[in-house]
Design a protein around this ligand. Structure first.
Ligand SMILES: [Cu+2]
Length: 181
């Protein structure tokens, strides 16, 4: 399963604490217009046009506008009792964050730079179950796209390991949330 390896690329809690408070990726004014499909845009290092709300069954896709970085859209349903804002959650100590992110994602979409191809190691972009989802990108900053994709292909749906790079993109602010109803 997609266990807490997700965050093994994490650095220290100290680095997480350095995350800017201004970088939260959801736009509270945006609600998905259609219950069919939504294109989320990835830039270095944030999501654009990430709806705050969408209907169950919405299929997401990821358009990567970065010139060189690979980006991903990992959506994990949070426990119903979890009410803290996402910007607090991403700053939790690694073990705590790892536990929160241990459920299998509803979907994982990886998109190549320059609006390149999408790869879907988990699911097909569809989020079916109502709830509150954290959306984040854990690709190491500066990782070579092909190196990461090769590692992802070998990882069988789990988080690729051993890919050179800096802290995961969510440490740079690449995270957000979507409420599915
Ligand atoms: Cu990213």
């Amino acid at each position: 399963m997609f266990r807490s390896r997700l965050v093994l690329g994490l650095t220290t809690a100290g680095m997480l604490a350095a995350v800017s408070l201004t970088a939260c990726g959801s736009d509270p004014d945006v609600t998905a217009a259609s219950n069919k499909s939504v294109d989320v845009v990835a830039v270095d290092y944030a999501y654009k046009e990430l709806p705050a709300k969408a209907k169950a069954g919405t299929q997401f896709s990821l358009v990567n506008e970065s010139a060189k970085e690979l980006h991903e859209f990992v959506a994990i349903r949070l426990p119903d009792a979890e009410k803290r804002p996402i910007k607090e959650l991403v700053k939790l100590p690694e073990a705590e964050l790892g536990a929160l992110l241990s459920p299998k994602p509803a979907t994982v979409i990886i998109a190549q730079p320059k609006k390149g191809a999408e790869i879907m190691p988990v699911g097909d972009g569809t989020i079916s179950e109502p709830g509150r989802y954290i959306v984040f990108c854990a690709i190491p900053t500066g990782a070579v796209p092909q190196e990461y994709l090769d590692a992802a292909a070998k990882a069988n749906g789990q988080k690729p390991e051993g890919v050179a790079g800096g802290p995961p993109h969510f440490v740079n602010g690449m995270y957000g949330e979507i409420t599915i109803s």
